[in-house]
Design a protein around this ligand. Sequence first.
Ligand code: FES
Length: 135
Amino acid sequence: MKRKDFLAQVGIGAALVLAPVCFGSLTGCKKTSTPPTNVDFTIDVSTGALSNNGGFLVKDRVIVARTNSGTFLAVATACTHEGTTINYNATNNNFVCPNHNAMFNSSGAVTQGPANSNLTKYNTTLTGTMLRVFT
Ligand code: FES
């Protein structure tokens, strides 16, 4: 096999391997940051990550956090920059993206770029130990 033919076959093979990864979604290789709509779920906060102040968890693309003062927050998990899943920082009571370090306050508003739009915030109500998160 000639070098030119070999490189052509390798190139086509690599493209076929990568194609499902990059073209598997409407947004290609870039992660989506579309926040979930019609959110409505309930979590028992008597156990698990939300049983202690400062804990957080992700459910249905929503990050639910329990602040150090015991109140609950819920925002979309996808960073508005490129869609990376954010984390909750209880010490600063804010949300931080581990990818490019964008920061959002407890209401989901951008406090540090490169993100330039706010996170979608969801409502929370606590009844006994059951926390409802909803739009
Ligand atoms: S993806 Fe979050 S700051 Fe870039």
